[in-house]
Design a protein around this ligand. Structure first.
Ligand SMILES: CCC(=O)OC[C@H](C)CC[C@H]1O[C@H]2C[C@H]3[C@@H]4CC=C5C[C@@H](O)CC[C@]5(C)[C@H]4CC[C@]3(C)[C@H]2[C@@H]1C
Length: 406
């Protein structure tokens, strides 16, 4: 794009000055055009399963300890795509498009051994922005669902992001659940104009079968001056005995040890990701992300930032009109695939076991998000999903789409 180095430097410098007056709402930041990504945040749910073979591996483990280890290995394999794939593909972290309420991202992965893995991702809240997702592989009976939002702050030239939300994995064959908490992150490299994500503090995976994994994240100058490092341990509920330790870089290679013996390792260069299949734009529902943002994406590709702004404000104004109308009619927007609940006994039970286990096994507490304090828990509604598929909700959906398209 026709951007002279000089202008970029000055726009980036004025951008950094603007962040200093940051109010915590990432979406409201007007980032300079070259940092804008044409990808909407609603697409980020796909990063959980770009290695479907690892996602379904736990369902094949008869031994509960090895199953818990397989879940930890899958989780660790998702971090590179989640937090570093833009830097890798685009040269730096980018600012995603801020999804509108009801925005959808639907797709599926086809893998020779894992079979079909389906993705449903929906922007269930706009103020504050919350994305909910359900990813399931029927052949192996593995289901992941979760939701996330972000609380951001800015200090000493660094944007720090605390993630709000959580994920739960269910393995049908063993009727087993895993609670997964989300890492905090900060954006490094802002001053140099090449921002990238560094994860921080720690997260846990607590299984209903009584295994607790804890992952501690660290950046440069911690392990060996390398960035994006972590160490992880797997323990049995209440026991101080460490069953496995995992360490390395989540953007590259990590090894799994039982005591001093290396029993497994994972390296991204040996594990290419499986591409996600999504429908052609003309076959997509008007609320599907890439169809809805097509004009904005084209303007960003052309480097025509004026047109980008114009097309973006068209979508944003239509949304504001819609909210106003819903308020007048007293008919608030209805989420298509997800329902908000105050409590969910699976999550409550796992949060309780995790908290007890961390005390009993001397694991220093991590921030266990109590869902009720984070504007409710968003759960995938299988009935809503089947009704949409069977066409039972066509009338409702047509009305919703019509209101957006007007
Ligand atoms: C807003 C100021 C601005 O544009 O600064 C420019 C810089 C690109 C830094 C801010 C943006 O950095 C992006 C990184 C995004 C997170 C990356 C991965 C995930 C994991 C996923 O499962 C959930 C979403 C999450 C947490 C992304 C949230 C949004 C982040 C922080 C983008 C920032 C706007």
């Amino acid at each position: 794009m026709g951007r002279k180095k000089g202008t970029a430097k000055s726009t980036w410098a004025s951008f950094l000055k603007s962040i200093a007056s940051f109010n915590g709402d990432l979406a409201s930041m007007t980032a300079p055009p070259f940092i804008l990504s044409k990808t909407s945040l609603v697409e980020y749910s796909a990063y959980w399963t770009e290695h479907p073979e690892l996602f379904v591996a736990p369902a094949k483990e008869q031994d509960p300890e090895k199953r818990a280890l397989a879940v930890l290995k899958w989780f660790l394999s998702t971090l590179k795509q989640q937090y570093s794939s833009r830097s890798e593909k685009l040269g730096s972290e980018k600012k995603p498009l801020n999804p509108f309420l009801g925005e959808l991202f639907l797709g599926h992965w086809e893998h020779e051994t894992a079979g079909t893995t389906e993705l449903v991702s929906e922007q269930v809240s706009h103020h504050p922005p919350v994305t909910a997702y359900s990813i399931f592989n029927k052949k192996h009976g593995v289901k992941l669902q979760g939701y996330n939002g972000q609380k951001a702050s800015f200090a000493s030239m660094t944007i720090t992001v605390k993630q709000v939300g959580l994920a739960t994995l269910h393995i049908d064959a063993f009727d087993e659940d895993y609670l997964i908490t989300l890492p905090a992150l900060h954006i490094e490299g802002l001053v140099y104009g090449t921002p990238y994500v560094e994860l921080e503090r720690s997260t846990i995976i607590q299984s209903s079968s009584g295994y607790l994994a804890k992952i501690e994240y660290a950046g440069k100058g911690w392990l060996s001056g390398k960035k994006n490092c972590f160490t992880a341990t797997l323990q049995k509920t209440g026991s101080k005995e460490i069953l496995y330790t995992v360490s390395g870089q989540w953007i590259d290679t990590f090894t799994i040890k039982k005591g001093k013996t290396e029993v497994d390792s994972f390296s991204h260069k040996d594990h290419p990701t499986t591409p996600l299949n999504i429908s052609l734009l003309e076959n997509q529902d008007p609320l599907e992300s890439r169809r809805a943002w097509a004009k904005v994406a084209a303007a960003i590709d052309e480097g025509d930032y004026e047109k980008t702004g114009l097309e973006k404000s068209k979508i944003e104004n239509a949304q504001r009109e819609l909210r106003k109308k819903e308020k007048e009619d007293g008919s608030p927007w209805e989420q298509r695939y997800f329902t908000s609940k105050e409590r969910n006994d699976t999550v409550d039970k796992l949060l309780e076991v995790a908290a007890k286990h961390m005390v009993a096994s001397g694991v220093s507490a991590v921030t266990l998000d109590d869902p009720s304090k984070t504007n409710g828990l968003w759960v995938f509604d299988e009935q809503k999903y089947e009704d949409v598929k069977s066409g039972k909700r066509d009338e409702v959906l047509k009305a919703a789409v019509k209101s957006v398209e007007e």
